[in-house]
Design a protein around this ligand. Sequence first.
Ligand SMILES: Nc1ncnc2c1ncn2[C@@H]1O[C@H](COP(=O)(O)OP(=O)(O)OP(=O)(O)O)[C@@H](O)[C@H]1O
Length: 725
Amino acid sequence: MSVRVVARLRPLLDKELEKDIIVNAEGSKDGKVTNIVRIPNPKNESEEFSFAFNGVYDMETTQEELFTNEVAPTLKSLFQGLDVTLFAYGVTGTGKTHTMRGGLKLSERGVIPRLLSGIYRRGRKVAKDSGGETSVSITLSYYEIYNDKVYDLFEPPEKRSLAGLPLREKDGKTIVVGLSERACDDLKDFEKLYIEANNNRSTAGTKLNAQSSRSHAILMVKVHQVSSEGTLISTASAIDLAGSEDNRRTDNGRGDKRIPYRESKMTRILSLGQNNGITIMILNLAPLRSYHLDTLSSLNVSSRAKRIEVREIENEIVFTQPPRKANTSGASLQQRQPLRPLANAHNTHPNSVAQKGDKPAKAFSVYSDRAKAAPRTAMLANTATVRKPDLAQKRPSDVTNGSRLNKIVKPGMPKPSTEMSAAKIEELIERKVAEALANHALDQPPAKPPVEISEAVQRRLEALEKKIESGEAEEARAEGLRFLLMAKQHKERGEDSSALKMYEMAVPFFPKQEKLQKKITNLRSKIQAKRDLEAAELSTAPLIMPVKKLATAPIASNTQLPTPAASFEIYQPKCAEQPETPPKNRKKRLSSERDDDFDCSAVVRADEQEDDSFVYKPKHKKSKPKQNSKSSLRVFSDVCDDNKQPPTPRTKQLLDIVNSRDVALLMSLSGFGAKKARDLVEFLELQNEDDGGNIQTLQQLRAVPGVGNRTVERAYDGIVNALLV
Ligand SMILES: Nc1ncnc2c1ncn2[C@@H]1O[C@H](COP(=O)(O)OP(=O)(O)OP(=O)(O)O)[C@@H](O)[C@H]1O
């Protein structure tokens, strides 16, 4: 894959003033290729940053010039079997859509319609040159990524499923499952399809640009070349990224803010081989001071991006019939070797053409393998230099404006490695896309030190973060409460570590709750004290002695939480050695803890309490589950479950249904509606890590938030009735 990064500066729009221009795009100077974008240092206007690109296009550049220089040369490669990916990125209002889609007038047509036009023209040529041997057909897919969900743009919005289309990895590529593909025979077809599909795009105007498109739109143009040799399929993808603007500036405080980049659909789509081949990134820039930081951020992002240099691999010809003997006088398809790595074709333009006139020059020689072609631009490539008028001769390494801006490839220095591992490429692309999308480069607070947390928990936290950010605050609060309740339950069962984890997971929902923090601190101390004691006991005495002693030690009943050393208990499973531990003691212990409990009622609103699934009942209302309920519920003859007796067939059946985690199956139980079933499944998913997964007994089932005695009774009766029928 080669990645070529070019910058395009848009002209001033109505009402924008010349005096506000701060960005200077310079393709060439005094007849020499420079390809530099200059912008003042926002902290010190006497300084100027310059960023080098593979191509730089100034405010006067026409749509045709950009296409002819950057995109047209990729067409040949596309028909040779390489995939081509073109994308525009930049802040809202910098001209991405103008660049990719363009205006209605012929001269204003953007990259996409011109690409299609070029593909059809070349397709006809290929067919003609092969004497009719090769036929070329084009199919289109078009989808958008909106709030990290993938939607087929050829489907009207009302047909969309809320969850969007799933992604799968297949043969190293990311596939959008269920994405439609439309045959598209000519430009007319294309225009019709494209206009229709664009009307299906999710849009939301922002203050900066009322026409702003807030979804990423990905058009995939598949070129099928069928000959007697087989079928060669290659894809040109044109991506119009949503603006990477700062949400504070646009007041766009909705849910499409930040998706953790490893989970981002866009990342997956761009990082997994879809872009094997040639990638052209067009950085769109606005010339104005009001975009100063955003522009600098984009420049920083792109100046690193263009260092991606990897090998190109052609798509393999798919033999749809037994291959014939090669006809040496035949078409180029027959001569091509499948999967031929183009070694040393690093960051070269696929079909470079000589520079003409004073058009923005292409910097193909930037990464040329030929030593003599490692010119001045090579020194500038990947470089942002700071030019101080009074320190013009200062060595770049002496400049103190941050290491990223000071890197310079000096002549004579070893050339950067031109080959990269797939993982490295992925990593770079992920980083690049994440940065381009999130545009956090300048405003990011310093990274927090890594916290030891399992990957699964991290994933869940990120999902929660996403939820919170996507404005589902109410839902998130409910989820937070669920964690608190689960924490309490774990704690009541003596599972302090799990309780701690649950409390910690509740923190993102209630970050400022001091009681919650205190709870966590106390639990940590308690667990630590327990560990210390166990360690001490291990080294000094037989384990059983102190454990017994502690288990029978009187537990303080005062309302203050005893100091950890005196307060911890050794958890005795209900079926374990000391079944005689009087319930009274247990009650006392609970009451002693209550005053220290995080007061969920502080965060529960009355309306939330209607949902009996996960409502925290204030302490004074809380009653202990009636162990000896007079209920006719035979399930509690299954208390024997807890004594390690095998469950009855009915209990087993009920538990099997529960543990199936199948919402539909759960809904077949009496008393289980959709919500209860879903909540239970969600609860079980959460249990996976902590308790090994399944509900083993009806006691445990009763203890699940939102289930309780009554529900278990009904479900059990339902099963009995079903068995009796
Ligand atoms: N090169 C250009 N020549 C003339 N007008 C331009 C050019 N680039 C952008 N514009 C105009 O600037 C405005 C903003 O451009 P555009 O909508 O393409 O921005 P964008 O980056 O796609 O924004 P968003 O991310 O919000 O969709 C439009 O009115 C567009 O016509």
